[in-house]
Design a binder for this molecule. Structure first.
Ligand code: NOJ
Length: 542
């Protein structure tokens, strides 16, 4: 199987390679003013928790001024905090308190589209001759009066809306309330660079850039080709292959421009949200690594949860990385069903080990560390506009409030939470789990601390281990190594036990297991891996 892949040596590694990122969805983290929606002060109040947990950076989903048609991914002012979340002073306090605890702060930048309420759009839509007309994407109707081409919205329906003011259509890859900006226009680029600088000047350590692969569209606005494999349970956007509406080669130049802005401020990270297959994803490192530092790797979300499938994926991803490109891994986010909902509670623990022992920067999604699963949201409490347009595709279940303690609303709010909490919130909360050696929270914390203590795990190299075929279907085995230390990871994706051969070279000690009673145990020759068990082993003297 795959040999070692060259990694970055410890001395060269920068914080976003060494470290771990934790995503906060601000509406759902901690409310301090009783309106049922989380806020910036709430995040500040929980920074001690994040430091205790052992993450290195916090990525905060958008909190800019917004009419909230897409809960903040529709920005009406790129340089202001929405009053729902607090004030700029609250943000300044957050960043200084985070930095005091050595936590980096990464903002969510949403440059592909603004809100329909952004003054730029008001100016743009006013007339065909408006000074900012070309800041957005306007086209004449097709000869039959319909939309200019067949492009669809990611949230259902056409991606074009006709504006009565001029009779032209504007393009929106998402809601009609989220008109796409025209990144071919240098004035748009300059205005967006200014917005980046506004936050960089306030000390932010990087950005996660929303739908970065969407920023440039085909110059000729050609129709997207049909997808013959489309199935009716899929979201409507999948009727066509999105080859002309996104992932255009010129986008790399736009990303390089953003990166230059960031680098003028030192080692700030640029993370790009990109849902593309591995070979296309790799292009986003940019020629000569001038692109995103971390093109988000969502492959673990999209690959079937089987040892052999995941082993193949990791090997393919590692092999596809460009020279010097740093890997990253993600199990979930605010747009995807939670990992515990997808693979079950026992396998969510295996997934935690996988995420935190693969080579590359891991991003944790808030709540996964307490094993939050699918939270049922009754139809009358549904919030997500996508779910309203296309039933079954709503993202509410993965956006429910964080659960802190056995108190009303699990300590999230003193008011009525904007989304319900999980039915087991009395038990499934930070307070109940933090001192329980068997809890998934303890497992996450222990893994994060191991990553800090063992450079083999953070920046070490990776190699897969071959296993006999029947075993390889259920168990994923690999090693991480650096500076003379080798750690071995065995993950049982199955629900029965397996005897795993360890080889004759050394004896092994269990450094960590999903099954806490097993830590400290020794093995020689073979290890009996329990159902749903993951372990980290270190060699020991016989
Ligand atoms: C991706 C974001 O993660 C998602 O939540 C949002 O709805 C779309 N981009 C549109 O901004």
């Amino acid at each position: 199987m795959g040999g070692p892949i060259s990694g970055t040596s410890g001395s060269e590694a920068v914080w976003w390679q060494n470290g771990t990122v934790y995503q906060v969805y601000p509406r759902s983290f901690q409310d301090t003013d009783g309106d049922g929606v989380g806020d910036l002060r709430g995040i500040t109040a929980r920074l001690d928790y994040l430091a205790w947990l052992g993450v290195d950076a916090v990525w905060i989903s958008p909190f800019y001024r917004s009419p909230m048609a897409d809960f903040g991914y529709d920005v009406a002012d790129y340089c202001a905090v929405d009053p729902l979340f607090g004030t700029l002073e609250d943000f300044d306090a957050l960043i200084s308190e985070a930095h005091r605890r050595r936590l980096k702060v990464i903002l969510d930048f949403v440059p592909n589209h603004s809100s329909i309420e952004h003054p730029w759009f008001a100016e743009s839509r006013a007339s065909r001759e408006a000074r900012k007309r070309d800041w957005y994407i306007w086209r004449d109707p097709a000869p039959d009066g319909g939309p200019p081409n067949n492009w669809l919205s990611n949230f259902g329906g056409p991606a074009w809306t006709q504006d009565p003011a001029t009779g032209q259509y504007y393009y929106h890859a998402f809601l009609p309330e989220q008109p796409d900006l025209n990144w071919r226009n240098p004035d748009v680029r300059a205005a967006m660079h200014d917005a980046l600088r506004f936050w960089l000047e306030r000390g932010v350590d990087g950005f996660r850039v929303d739908v970065i692969w969407h920023l440039i569209k085909d110059e000729g606005f050609r129709d997207n080709p049909q997808n013959p494999a489309f199935q009716s349970h899929q979201a409507g956007i999948n009727r066509f292959h999105q080859v002309y509406s996104c992932d255009r080669p010129e986008v790399l130049d736009v990303i390089a421009g953003m990166r230059t802005v960031l680098r003028a401020y030192g080692e700030r990270v640029l993370i790009g949200e990109i849902y593309l297959p591995i070979e296309r994803l790799m292009a986003y490192y940019g020629p000569g690594l001038t692109g995103a530092d971390l093109p988000f790797n969502f492959q673990l979300i999209q690959t079937p949860w089987r040892a052999d499938a995941v082993a193949t994926l990791v090997a393919e991803y590692e092999a596809a990385l460009p020279e010097g490109g740093w890997p990253n891994w993600v199990l979930g986010n605010h747009d995807q069903p939670r990992i515990a909902a997808r693979v079950g509670e026992a396998q969510a623990r295996v997934a935690a080990i996988l995420l935190l022992t693969l080579r590359g920067t891991p991003t944790l999604y808030y709540g996964d560390e307490i094993g939050l699963g699918h939270v049922a949201v009754p139809p009358e409490r549904a919030q997500d506009p996508w779910g309203r347009n296309e039933p079954g595709h709503g993202r509410d279940p993965e956006r429910t409030p964080m659960q802190w303690e056995d108190a009303p609303n699990a300590g999230f709010t003193t008011g009525t939470p904007w989304l319900p909490l999980s039915a087991d919130a009395e038990r499934r909360n930070v307070d109940e789990m933090r001192d329980d050696s068997r809890s998934i929270l303890t497992l996450y914390r222990r893994l994060l601390s191991l990553r800090r203590d063992h450079s083999a795990l953070s920046i070490g190299e990776w190699r897969s281990l071959s296993l006999p075929p029947d075993l390889a279907a259920a168990v994923f085995a690999y090693e991480r190594f650096a500076g003379g230390e080798t750690l071995r990871i065995l993950l049982n994706f199955g629900h029965r036990d397996w005897l795993v051969p360890l080889g004759a070279e050394s004896a092994w000690t269990i450094l960590l297991s999903t099954h806490p009673g097993r830590a400290g145990g020794r093995a020689e020759g073979n290890l009996q891996l329990h159902p749903d068990e993951g372990v980290i082993l270190r060699p020991t003297d016989r």
